[in-house]
Design a protein around this ligand. Structure first.
Ligand SMILES: Cc1ncc(COP(=O)(O)O)c(C=O)c1O
Length: 400
């Protein structure tokens, strides 16, 4: 008899493991490795947030809370949605989970039956297709071209919808491309969704605070309140407040679905850490001055990286609106051979040779369901980025 469930076989082992294992091994062997593969801010959690957590420990806020989160935090989340997006959620329409990832997991496991389809524009965050598959659903991957800024066009959404479509998942700003949808672009997608009343919408807005050059972020329910009854608006503290380790994600949505997700969470993890929740109240309600300072640094890095990568022969890098990633194409490098003798057959052999020969670790596009590209995270110091991009230029100049 097999030990492992059949469901686990549907989940692919992390595509990024091979490259990060190799990067670690090279580093251990004394090589100078620059990693551009981080999925988290390189900033520290703001001091006022840390202090709130310390106070919570000292005050004895160290016990179980409501599964859905403390009332104080759910009120702070509701205030955040109202302040930033003009969306009103009552506390019973809010769920706090162990990171944004658990919000996605809860929503999918609570709603999907075998054969239900989930539309996922690609390039996409690696976890979406796997979570859908774990929940017995079928991911329907819809590629979005670099020539459209890696954004889904309304006609592509329309064409992907079938009678089995249960969810449309949208991530703006996007990991791995940094692409963010304006209100007008969302409007066009909402018009399609209004024609399909059985399709639910999951919007992952976790990078909302990280947009540049005056770009104004927007979210689906804000643009089209008629979709409120079938939309989960997800957000969290991980990226906006440099709090990835605290594990705070949250969402607003219709009370009936929130109750179902709460029920599922009550039989898996229960509440997320009471101490992290106290810290999140301070993050959301306290001074927000940390965010524009962080955003200014990221914007400078984005511009540096885009410019330097576009100067590398064979690479084309678009300038995205947000997050802390760029997703350049390597089509102009494919079919060539590196100075070290590696055949560059695809995006994966490109990143492996780049790591071997120049000590720069990045993630190949196939890991995000979009070959021919690679993801660069600029959540690392400006000096390291400048050196890494210089090495990428040298690597590309050496291709024959
Ligand atoms: C697009 C996207 N959604 C969700 C998450 C998960 O965030 P959390 O750490 O809050 O679970 C990430 C983290 O990398 C992400 O990139």
């Amino acid at each position: 008899m097999h030990l492992l469930a059949e469901r686990l076989g549907r989940v692919s082992p992390s595509q990024t493991i091979a490259i990060s294992t190799k990067a670690r091994a090279l580093k251990a062997a004394g090589r100078d490795i620059i990693s551009l593969s981080a999925g988290e801010p390189d900033f520290d959690t703001p001091a006022n947030v840390k202090q709130a957590a310390i106070r919570a420990i000292e005050a004895g806020d160290t016990k179980y809370t409501d599964v859905a989160g403390t009332l104080a935090l759910r009120k702070a989340v509701a205030a955040k949605f109202l302040r930033d997006s003009g969306i009103e959620y009552a506390p019973d329409e809010i769920l706090v989970s162990t990171g944004g990832k658990q919000v996605i997991y809860n929503a999918m496991v609570a709603t999907l039956d075998a054969g239900d389809e989930v539309i996922i524009p690609s390039p996409c965050w690696v976890s979406y297709p796997d979570i859908v598959a774990l929940a017995d659903g079928t991911p329907v991957i819809v590629p979005c071209g670099q020539n459209n800024g890696f954004k889904l066009r309304p006609e592509d959404l329309e064409a992907a919808i079938t009678p089995r479509t249960k969810w449309f998942m949208l991530n703006s700003p996007c990991n791995p491309t940094g692409a963010a949808y304006s209100a007008a672009e969302l409007r066009a997608l909402c018009d399609v969704l209004l024609r399909h009343p059985d399709v639910w919408v999951f919007t992952d807005d976790i990078y909302e605070k990280l947009t540049y050059g005056g770009f104004v972020p927007a979210t689906v329910v804000q643009v089209e309140p008629r979709l409120r009854g079938r939309t989960i608006t997800m957000n969290g503290c991980s990226k906006a407040y440099a709090m990835t380790g605290w594990r705070i994600g949250f969402c607003g949505g219709p009370a009936s679905l929130i109750r179902a997700m709460d029920k599922l969470q009550s039989q898996s993890t229960s509440n997320t850490s009471s101490i992290s929740q106290a810290a999140a109240v301070e993050a959301l309600n306290g001074p927000q001055g940390f965010i524009p300072e962080m955003v200014a640094v990221y914007q400078g890095r984005r511009d540096l990286v885009v410019e330097m990568l576009n100067a590398a022969p064979g690479i084309v890098c678009h300038r995205p609106e947000g997050a802390f990633y760029v997703f350049p194409s390597v089509h102009g490098c494919i079919g060539k051979t590196s100075r070290g003798g590696a055949a560059i057959a695809d995006d994966e052999s490109f990143v492996v040779a780049l790591l071997d020969e120049e000590g720069v670790a990045a993630v190949h596009g196939s890991a995000f369901m979009y070959p021919g590209h690679f993801r660069v995270s600029y959540a690392t110091s400006t000096e390291a980025l400048r050196e890494a991009c210089t090495r990428i230029q040298r690597f590309c100049q050496g291709l024959r």
